[in-house]
Design a protein around this ligand. Structure first.
Ligand code: SF4
Length: 476
């Protein structure tokens, strides 16, 4: 784990002030949103019914996770794979290094694996004298940039411009800078091709593990996943225990949801179903296959109030649609998973006390919940985490007192009405006849980076009372 201090708020001012980051986010943010909207509109069936089906498949697995794990293990073993379990990131590192040493591995080609990020695996491999080479283009860019962590689960270098990538490539490859994306991709492809052919081990994640066949399913757009799973003699899959799906038919259902929600594609460029070791007569595939199933906090969620989070298929739609993510980018979240899913997962996996502001890193506008393909109630889960924070005394004393006072007032309607009137007068006074409040007297941090609009006209209670009166008069 790179850092135990994932406090969101401390990182935000620098991200908001970073002009280059802001320009890159503004350029990239709308693309995924527009692409998903179009893909959903063009879907030939009922997309909402498809979301229900996706949710049901994931719930079926999460409800009996232990049984499905056993089924997967038996199916994978029957095809020559060895299934191992890791409790946490440290165990992932230990197991991967052991396997590498057993097979005399000096170089590992990797396709994208968020679990590898949870384990900080590149650092572990390097410390063991083994060279890791990221082959997903975004991950490769991040590796060249001094192993900077990804800022998006689908597009790890989402926060970088083409020019920044060109500079990195020129420095790392010792070639003149290339200024077009196709040229940069070609250059990465040439460099990576050599590594694919010389690595003794391929390491991948898995989008899904199929219980009935023991397969690992990889969904990629670059083809690197296929090279990693078929060329080296040893293949290691590292993925979470919750990635099981009962049947290939269920995978087909989820594959209708995943690319549409993630990048607005009907289907991604490559779907690899890696099943077992290379059999006699087969042209490619590994001689040795290991599947490392990782807990790292997942088992504790099953059966509890956050179990719905285990439905997640890592599509990234929640972060693509999140106004907070769009404003600060992924690194502000401080750990592997950014956006609304990260704001829920990071406190659950690393401890609420290590990720204090993350449940607050949301406006609760429900953009995330509205697009989540497996209907995870993200705002509801964030609210529950906030309640836990209050119960455990993890919010500032001033905030806890203010909320307690608000709760007390809200239970006394007359007093509440009076307090609202006093507050409205106070805000009018601060606005001083203008339409803006430049300094918020009792909470100056609210106006540290922006003005607040002055209250307009009547309060909500006045409007509501007027509307009810009007309805009565109309006899409704
Ligand atoms: S929480 Fe939902 S929207 Fe977000 S990554 Fe997971 S499946 Fe996708």
């Amino acid at each position: 784990m790179r850092s135990q201090a994932m406090h969101f708020q401390a990182r935000v001012p620098a991200k908001l002030a970073d002009e280059r980051l802001q320009a890159n986010l503004a350029r990239a943010s709308g693309r995924f949103v527009a692409a998903r909207a179009q893909a959903v509109a063009e879907y030939e069936g009922d997309f909402e019914a498809l979301r229900d089906a996706g949710r049901d498949i994931r719930d079926r697995v999460v409800a009996d996770l232990d049984v499905w794990l056993e089924t997967f293990e038996a199916s994978a073993a029957a095809r020559g794979a060895e299934v191992l379990y890791a409790r946490d990131g440290e165990e992932i590192g230990r197991l991967v290094v052991e396997i590498a040493r057993r097979h005399g591995v000096t170089k590992v080609v990797k396709s994208k694996s968020m679990l590898s990020e949870e384990a900080d695996l590149n650092a572990v491999l390097e410390a063991a004298g083994i060279t890791p080479v990221e082959t997903d283009l975004g991950e490769y860019i991040q590796q060249l940039d001094d192993n900077e962590p990804p800022s998006h689960i689908l597009a790890p270098a989402f926060h970088k411009s083409k020019e920044e990538v060109a500079e990195l490539f020129a420095r790392a490859h010792g070639r003149p800078p290339v200024d077009d994306i196709a040229g940069l991709t070609r250059e990465a492809r040439e460099v990576l091709r050599r590594h694919f052919l010389t690595a003794q081990m391929g390491l991948s994640g898995a989008n899904f593990l199929v219980a009935e066949t023991g397969s690992a399913v990889l969904v990629t757009n670059e083809g690197n996943g296929r090279m990693v799973t078929t060329l080296p003699p040893v293949h290691v899959v590292v993925t979470g225990i919750e990635k099981i799906v009962p049947t290939l038919e269920d995978v087909a259902t989820l594959l209708r949801l995943l690319p549409r929600s993630a990048s607005g594609q009907r289907i991604s460029n490559y779907v690899t179903v890696a099943t077992g070791v290379r059999a006699a007569g087969e042209l490619d595939g590994p001689d040795h296959l290991y599947v490392i199933l990782v807990d790292n906090g997942r088992a504790a969620l099953a059966g509890g109030e956050f179990a719905t989070m285990l439905r997640c298929i890592r599509c990234g739609a929640c972060m693509n649609h999140c106004p907070v993510y769009q404003s600060v980018g992924g690194h502000a979240y401080g750990w592997v998973y950014p956006g609304p899913m990260g704001a829920v997962l990071t406190p659950l996996f690393t401890g609420l006390e290590n990720a204090r502001d993350l449940p607050q890193a949301s406006t609760l506008c429900n953009q995330c919940g509205a697009v989540c393909p497996v209907r995870i109630p993200l705002p509801g889960l964030l609210r529950r985490l906030r309640e836990r924070q209050m119960d455990e005394g993890l919010r500032p004393r001033r905030e806890r007192r203010a909320l307690r006072l608000w709760g007390w007032l809200a239970a006394r309607p007359r007093l509440y009405r009076l307090a609202v009137r006093v507050a409205a007068r106070y805000l009018d006074w601060l606005a001083d006849g203008t339409d803006r409040i430049r300094v918020m007297g009792i909470a100056p941090e609210w106006t540290a980076g922006r003005d607040l609009p002055a209250p307009e006209g009547r309060t909500f209670r006045d409007l509501y009372a007027a509307r009810r009166k009007h309805s009565k008069e109309e006899g409704r």
